[in-house]
Design a protein around this ligand. Structure first.
Ligand SMILES: Nc1ncnc2c1ncn2[C@@H]1O[C@H](COP(=O)(O)OP(=O)(O)OP(=O)(O)O)[C@@H](O)[C@H]1O
Ligand SMILES: [Mg+2]
Length: 224
């Protein structure tokens, strides 16, 4: 097994608030890791550090042999754009773009021609149940539909790792499990590793590795 991501002694603070304490995590290529934990325990903060969105106060995050904090800004942005996917807890789509345009963005930014990028986006959106809404603007879609577009966008460029922060929090439980199953299937097909934050023990049980976060401390749990 090849390690794609390795975090060691990661600490993150918001002022006095110690959000992540000495977190260690190793992720292999294609592995699915689930992180559970109550609200405010530091899950989103940890994901931001692992994905290079926010720099940790101390500790190291190594992505495919590269220490994120040692990369120049342009290289870190390129790495995040090309090799990482992120589903933010609150969607973060571009309202004026259509479903298809939003999902195709990572490919367009990588210089893939519009036709090919849109075709790839449409294929994933269809698998997530949005095949009929490709040309609808994001501002005219429901919360759950927007989340599915965010999932498609995080996978469309076949990244090495996708970080998903409660990616189905806005969906009802039956739709949530359908979308999650499809999400994990798509990730497996393209050998994308997944770090998913979830409150659902059934989702966590489907992961290869389970973690629990309590007051900023991350621990691997034996049972889901
Ligand atoms: N922008 C911020 N400024 C200051 N403190 C923050 C900020 N964001 C989060 N925190 C604090 O950091 C801690 C960890 O927050 P974080 O968002 O990582 O938790 P979480 O586990 O993702 O919670 P949730 O399940 O509610 O999304 C919390 O105590 C929170 O209040
Ligand atoms: Mg959160």
């Amino acid at each position: 097994m090849t390690v794609i991501l390795h975090a060691e002694n990661v600490n993150f603070l918001y002022g006095e608030q110690h959000a992540v304490r000495d977190a260690d995590l190793t992720l292999n290529r294609g592995e699915v890791a689930a992180i559970m934990g109550s609200s405010g325990s530091g899950k989103s903060s940890l994901l931001y550090c692992l994905a290079g969105v926010l720099p940790p106060a101390s500790g190291t995050v190594t992505f495919d042999g590269m220490v994120l904090s040692s990369l120049p800004d342009v290289e870190l942005s390129a790495l995040r754009r090309e090799r990482i996917g992120f589903v933010f807890q609150y969607g973060e789509l571009l309202d004026e773009l259509t479903a298809e345009e939003n999902a195709a963005l990572p490919l367009r930014l990588a210089g893939v021609p519009k036709d090919r990028a849109h075709a790839a986006a449409a294929r994933i959106l269809a698998r997530l149940g949005l095949g009929d809404l490709l040309r609808r603007r994001a501002s005219k879609l429901s919360g759950g539909q927007r989340q599915r577009i965010a999932v498609a966008r995080a996978l469309v460029h076949q990244p090495d790792v996708v970080f998903a922060d409660e990616p189905t929090g806005a969906l009802d439980s039956s739709n949530a499990s359908t979308v999650l199953e499809e999400f994990l299937r798509l990730a497996k097909e393209q050998d994308t590793a997944v770090v998913i934050v979830t409150h659902d023990p059934q989702v966590a049980a489907k992961a290869d590795t389970q973690y629990m976060m309590v007051d900023g401390v991350l621990a691997q749990s034996v049972t889901a």
